[in-house]
Ligand binder design. Structure first.
Ligand SMILES: [Zn+2]
Length: 84
């Protein structure tokens, strides 16, 4: 998948509210193997690890899983502040 396709996919998911625009509450910096990435729908593997990003309780969805490469795109497209 090219980064342009990934960007368009994430933009669409933001529009459909599959991915929230909200600032991340916390990020689980761990390998979430076997889970599907909410940014592109592909499975995460040890080579393409994912972050689990949680949001505050008033946000829907309350947590998403994203490939590491997708987190930056989502933050940029969603105009979210960077996760420190
Ligand atoms: Zn992905």
């Amino acid at each position: 998948m090219t980064s342009i396709a990934a960007t368009l996919g994430i933009r669409e998911r933001l529009r459909q509210r599959v991915l929230p625009h909200h600032e991340a509450w916390r990020r689980q910096d761990e390998y979430a193997g076997g889970c599907l990435c909410d940014g592109c729908g592909e499975r995460s593997t040890s080579a393409r690890a994912s972050y689990e990003v949680d949001f505050s309780p008033d946000v829907t969805p309350q947590s998403v899983k994203l490939h590491r490469a997708r987190v930056k795109i989502w933050q940029y497209e969603g105009e979210s502040p960077p996760i420190s």
